[in-house]
Design a protein around this ligand. Structure first.
Ligand code: HEM
Length: 152
């Protein structure tokens, strides 16, 4: 039986931990962006890379299993219901945001990608992914709310 959560909603412990970690990581990315503005580029790179990589683990461990068991079997039939609509929009944009973060990381931090497909407009990509990430975070919070907070 899954352990109950600690935020007082009808939810498992792991969803509460995921929620708090994701909010922390969203704030961490904002802090990392301000490191770049302060020209501390090394600290900026370490901070943003750790968050993008930690998020891969969290998505794989908690979100993909939920999506596979609770959402995908009901699509496309129930897509109009908020429970499924929020989760589907969140997962689709979340996949794009995470891949965007990994693309920046590979372009800026490694020589693994062929030169032709490496990013040149870093600011544009980093700002774009940061904005999309926060939109995904808000959709994740909306998903948590719709899934776990009982309405009277
Ligand atoms: C930037 C990337 C992402 C962020 C910031 C993010 C954030 C969040 C947050 C805050 C929650 C609420 C906590 C919870 O209910 O566990 C959540 C839930 C969820 N996310 Fe994501 N997410 C991201 C990517 C993804 C991806 C790529 C998928 C697709 C597999 C996904 C699928 C889900 C699902 C299905 C839930 C509901 C999980 C549950 O409550 O059991 N997310 N996400």
């Amino acid at each position: 039986m899954p352990q109950a959560g600690f935020l007082g909603t009808a939810v498992t412990w792991s969803a509460d931990v995921t929620l708090l970690l994701e909010i922390g990581m969203g704030m961490g990315l904002l802090a990392g962006a301000s490191l770049a503005r302060a020209k501390c580029y090394r600290a900026h790179a370490v901070c943003q890379s750790m968050i993008v990589l930690l998020n891969v683990g969290l998505i794989a461990m908690t979100m993909i299993p939920s999506l596979r068991h609770q959402v995908i079997p009901k699509l496309p039939r129930k897509i109009a219901k908020p429970y499924y609509a929020f989760a589907t929009a969140h997962a689709t944009l979340g996949g794009i945001a995470e891949l965007g973060g990994l693309y920046i990381l590979l372009s800026a931090g490694t020589k693994w990608l062929p030169e032709k497909i490496r990013i040149t407009r870093y600011k544009f990509w980093m700002r774009g992914v940061l904005i999309l990430w926060w939109l995904v975070l808000l959709l994740g919070i909306a998903t948590y709310w719709h899934w776990n907070v009982p309405r009277s």
